[in-house]
Design a protein around this ligand. Structure first.
Ligand code: ADP
Ligand code: MG
Length: 235
């Protein structure tokens, strides 16, 4: 299934940063379109903190979040990518950085995020990796400290992109969705998962989340296709 990165296991394989490597490709253009759509998806409310989630695992959340973060950074926006998937974090693999300290450390030790946030080689892009996997991710993510952190980030950055676990597995993404400006659902169109997508949407609605749209990710279409990513608004 994940044959492209044979030397890596599922969790440790880097997610491809095509927007960085091939900024002129149609796929990168798709990411820029998603960026634009997010910008225009909410007229009355400035969108600064966005949760990326999915119904089930493997949909492409982390890949989408990382590439979109690059697309934002490339447009000159000071961007922070936060790995709030404290169960299966991948951002540190993708950007090939250490993960001894990260979001979990900042929350648990009540330390300034600035000490832990990392610069990347990409101008305007900083990342906050997950940090060590804690035993109680939902508790950390629903903490007052996390809430405060997000507010601080919203002041310090133009755009904050938050990678999370799948909605139907654990409450983490739902909890975060309550306190951010918007939520983007990523779905792998290969799977016939209409029902699960519907269930995910119901959970988000229960959380009073501002659903910005759905990214249709087709993992198996091949990189040369223009239709790699679609973005649909919800309204
Ligand atoms: N559009 C795509 N084309 C090819 N491979 C993809 C695509 N989207 C995701 N993948 C691969 O699928 C796997 C799961 O993607 P990932 O972004 O980690 O999903 P999630 O974070 O939702 O679990 C990774 O190995 C990733 O490299
Ligand atoms: Mg992921």
């Amino acid at each position: 299934m994940f044959g492209k990165n044979k030397k890596h296991t599922y969790a440790s394989g880097p997610r491809e940063l095509i927007v960085e490597k091939e900024p002129k490709s149609p796929i990168s253009e798709q990411f820029r379109t998603i960026r634009t759509n997010i910008m225009y998806s909410s007229i009355d409310r400035e969108i600064k903190t966005v949760v990326f989630t999915s119904a089930s695992p493997g949909a492409g959340k982390s890949t989408t979040a990382a590439n979109l973060a690059i697309a934002y950074a490339q447009s000159g926006k000071r961007t922070l990518l936060v790995d709030a998937d404290l169960r299966r974090p991948t951002t540190h693999y993708t950007f090939e950085v250490g993960n001894q300290r990260g979001l979990s450390t900042v929350i648990v030790n009540d330390m300034p995020a600035g000490d832990v946030v990392k610069q990347t080689d990409i101008e305007n892009l900083e990342i906050l990796t997950s940090g060590p996997i804690p035993p109680n991710p939902s508790e950390l993510l629903s903490s007052r400290k996390m809430n405060l952190l997000l507010r601080t980030f919203a002041m310090d950055y133009d755009m904050v992109i938050i990678d999370t676990p799948p909605l139907l597995a654990v409450t983490d993404a739902q909890v975060l969705s309550k306190v951010v400006d918007g939520v983007v659902l990523v779905t792998n169109v290969e799977e016939n998962n209409k029902e699960r997508l519907h269930d995910a949407k119901t959970l988000l609605e229960k959380a009073d989340a501002n659903i910005l749209g759905v990214v249709m990710n087709n993992k198996n279409m091949g990189r040369k296709k223009d239709e790699y990513y679609y973005y649909y608004g919800t309204e």
